[in-house]
Design a protein around this ligand. Structure first.
Ligand code: SF4
Ligand code: SF4
Length: 444
């Protein structure tokens, strides 16, 4: 298959990164790719979606990688997975990889092993330039479920209409479920038996980088990977509801400028010029002697190691850094890529073990449960498909109120000259609402 043909098919199937920000996958595909790195790190505690895919569908991931290697003309593909999760891989499938272009690489059980900068280094030894992208070093990094979605496109002719999600945290039992995109989170929780949510709040994503859920209104999207339930007084929740004005005041009052937050920052240790203590100082003390104190926040991946592991004063440099980064993004700031020759020599001694992270976050009591795979088909009567579930411009409706749609029909599309993707009906029914933000479909 030709590359532009593959890109067109992937765009039309609405495939985006199935975790994180949802970067449109067709825009990642390039003939400059030498190595495809598969992110099997699942580095945030309590997330189990990739566990399910590797245990059940490794052979399908391998099939997809072979197709991508052929189309991109890439030399090899590396599945980066933690040693503790190797047991998930079918030994027969792994043995069959021997002598092929596809291999499995054991990566350390550290956080954030899934950050593309760290993962690229741990699997290939290559360092993505500061302010650069993986392709700058010939690498394409792919989320595991994204590859599975490509497999479903080519083998089941299915666009992205459902999403694997782990529900866990402060629960008696955790589950991984397959959910129609656009299903209300509240309805999903009820269907799964999580009805007593008094005094609890939810995070969409991992405990480190996920976002607070608006339980009445939020829906499952193409990037929803985990729905984690926590007591509302848990620090994972408190850190997200604390106003920025309070975070800044606390920083101004208590930061002793020890720079532990910068010393342990995983991206700083990769050799990047990011010093979050300077960003925090500049923002909270209005001490701006150098504009780069702010500009280097664009290199932050939001991992939260600075806040959870480093700061003994219980301050939140992560929140300040990400807030500055968001503002820089709004202003269209892009850092000029800078080549990094080597990671900092102290890196090896400052890696953050996943166990330490879970302990510091107070998650140990929520871990260790068997995660049940509940692969029933959910049949919501109504779905609310957001037109923006991805990086880039929103999709524009291609249907109108009153139209009948079948599951899998395209209902919205980003203009092809812009970065974006397509959206599809996740249930069959009638379109009952179309706005720039969402398309509602009701089962008839
Ligand atoms: S959140 Fe903190 S530790 Fe993580 S990359 Fe940003 S500054 Fe570094
Ligand atoms: S670790 Fe905490 S106290 Fe030390 S410089 Fe960073 S924010 Fe300030």
């Amino acid at each position: 298959m030709k590359l532009d043909e593959l890109q067109g098919l992937i765009f039309n199937a609405g495939i985006v990164g199935a975790g994180g920000a949802g970067f449109p996958t067709h825009r990642k595909l390039s003939e400059k790719t030498e190595i495809i790195v598969v992110n099997a790190a699942e580095c945030e505690p309590l997330m189990m979606v990739d566990h399910h895919i590797y245990q059940k569908h490794l052979h399908l991931i391998v099939e997809t990688l072979n197709m991508l290697l052929d189309t991109l003309g890439a030399k090899q593909a590396i599945i980066g997975i933690k040693g503790k999760n190797m047991y998930l891989l079918d030994p027969k499938v792994v043995a069959a990889m021997e002598g092929t272009r596809i291999s499995v690489k054991e990566i350390p059980d550290i956080y954030p092993a899934g950050d593309e900068v760290i993962l690229t280094y741990e699997t290939t030894g290559r360092i993505i330039p500061e302010g650069g992208i993986p392709l700058d070093v010939g690498v394409m990094v792919s989320n595991t479920e994204t590859l599975f979605n490509i497999w479903k496109l080519f083998n089941e002719d299915t666009p992205v209409v459902e999403k694997y999600v782990t529900i866990g945290g402060d629960t008696d039992r955790d589950v991984t479920v397959k959910v129609p995109v656009g299903m209300k989170i509240k309805e999903l929780l009820t269907a799964c038996g999580y009805t007593d949510l008094k005094g609890k709040r939810l995070i969409n994503g991992g405990p480190m980088m996920g976002k607070l859920v608006d339980i009445e209104n939020d829906v499952v999207t193409k990037t929803t990977k985990g729905l984690l339930i926590f007591p509302e007084e848990h620090e994972v929740i408190m850190s997200r509801i604390r106003p920025m004005s309070v975070t800044l005041k606390r920083a101004s009052a208590a930061c002793c400028n020890c720079h532990m937050c910068s010393d342990i920052c995983p991206r700083h240790l990769m050799g990047y010029d990011i010093n979050v203590h300077k960003t925090l100082r500049a923002a909270s003390h209005s001490e701006v002697t150098n504009a780069d104190s702010f500009l280097q926040a664009s290199l932050c991946c939001g991992c939260g190691v600075c806040s959870v592991i480093a700061c003994q004063q219980m301050l939140d440099p992560q929140a300040i850094s990400m807030s500055v980064k968001a503002e820089l993004a709004k202003q269209g700031y892009r850092r000029t890529p800078k080549k990094i020759d080597a990671v900092r020599p102290e890196r090896a001694g400052r890696l953050v073990p996943s166990k330490l992270l879970a302990q510091r976050l107070g998650l140990r009591r929520f871990m260790g449960k068997t995660v049940v795979r509940d692969m029933r088909e959910f049949s919501p009567d109504k779905v609310y498909i957001p037109t923006r579930q991805h990086v880039g411009a929103p999709a524009v409706a291609t249907v109108k109120v009153g139209d009948s749609v079948q599951r899998g029909d395209m209902i919205a599309k980003t203009p092809e000259n812009l970065l974006g993707t397509t959206m599809h009906a996740s249930i069959s029914g009638k379109v009952t609402e179309v706005t720039p933000e969402r398309i509602v479909i009701e089962r008839i």
